[in-house]
Design a protein around this ligand. Structure first.
Ligand SMILES: [Zn+2]
Length: 358
């Protein structure tokens, strides 16, 4: 009955990206982005051998060449402020991390609002699969059509295993089956309901719809770690590190432009921001240190640091701010460097510090 343990398959890539956003978390975050950038280079190098896609290859190869973080040190928040990203999340592991994190943030925000309004609802992680097949496009369409039909049955009001579901968000995932070697599309869904979903009934209904699969899985998401449950839905659509670049490029060609994240009921209408940068709302009036990273052969290197004060709009504002502006004695370049290096050592992450510019 179970499609196998649908636990997070790539937690480290998405894990709390931009959630644990203090300076302590920056070394690991930069290291994670560095690994993703290396993955993008591998895929780009493969694409460069193909006769087409020269433009996309160039974009992919230069994605994430530099990263700019703003550290709002008075509140210890680090935000990704600037980067040269390709935004091709089906091809690029780095953009996939950022897109997943943005979607996770948007839906977690909505979930907080729903919880306050309807405290009786609980989230469940539902996995639906179809039989493996050779043709990725045909298998994806089959899965998508089956999912539409499942929801139509609920809307028809003649009895459905989803009858108690007040809202859901789901995403499609694609990989090759471990044993078959064929394409294995499936979907993960967060479903909100009071009393859970009957897995046996769902399995029967799903088999009735698909004609080739009764494989479903339903499990409650732990109250204590809801982000982990939600991450299952917002992680990669493809698992870059586990498949050859040729499969990644094939999946991108087939699935590019298709809607791979969808929602229903009280999860409808959530807007995932287009920008892959962090939201700096509410921080603009704070002083910050800007950190410039460049991707060099071994990974990202901190190449430049700049202390910045917020741009204030009116002369009056500027005078007032200057009068109460804090001195930054504990945050001199030398102090920062020392603290930063200690943190790197603690994190046991090899992260070379570049030439000090300021
Ligand atoms: Zn990218």
């Amino acid at each position: 009955m179970s499609p196998g343990d649908p636990k997070r398959e790539n937690p480290e890539e998405l894990a709390f990206d931009g959630v644990s956003d203090g300076i302590e978390a920056l070394p690991q975050r930069v290291d994670r982005y560095g690994k993703a950038k290396k993955g993008a280079l591998d895929i780009g190098e493969y694409m460069a051998t193909l006769p087409t896609y020269a433009k996309q290859t160039k974009r992919l190869l230069s994605c994430g060449d530099y990263l700019v973080f703003n550290h709002y040190w008075t509140v210890d928040k680090v935000k990704l402020h600037g980067a040269s990203l390709c935004c091709m999340h089906l091809l690029c592991p780095l953009c996939a991390i950022r897109r997943g994190a943005k979607a996770l943030g948007a839906y977690m925000d909505r979930w907080e609002v729903i919880k306050a309004e309807k405290p009786h609802l609980r989230p469940f992680l539902v996995t639906l699969t179809v039989k493996d097949g050779e043709d990725l496009e045909e298998r994806f369409k089959h899965l998508q059509k089956a999912q539409h039909e499942l929801w139509k049955r609920k809307l028809r009001g003649r009895g459905s295993s989803l009858d108690g579901v007040a809202g859901a968000v789901w995403s499609y995932e694609f990989k090759r089956g471990k044993n078959s070697g064929l394409w294995h599309p499936h979907l993960h869904m967060i479903a909100l309901c009071e009393n859970g979903i009957d897995q046996f009934l769902l399995s029967q209904e799903w088999h009735n719809i698909t004609g080739d699969s009764f494989i479903v899985d339903v499990r409650p998401i732990s109250e204590n770690d809801q982000v982990s449950g939600f991450m299952e839905v917002f992680k990669y659509a493809v698992k870059f590190s586990d498949q050859p670049a040729a499969d990644t490029v094939h999946a991108w060609r087939i699935l590019g432009g298709k809607r791979l994240l969808a929602s229903s009921g009280c999860f409808r209408g959530v807007v995932v921001p287009e920008s892959l940068m962090d939201d700096e709302e509410g921080l603009q009036d704070l002083p910050y240190v800007q950190l410039f990273y460049r991707f060099l052969a071994k990974g990202y290197t901190l190449t430049k640091r700049k202390e910045c004060v917020p741009v204030l709009r009116r002369p009056g504002e500027l005078r007032k701010a200057a009068a109460r502006a804090p001195v930054v004695p504990s945050y001199s370049a030398a102090d920062f460097q020392a603290a930063y290096e200690v943190r790197l050592l603690r994190a046991k992450v090899h992260q070379p510090i570049g030439k000090q510019v300021i």
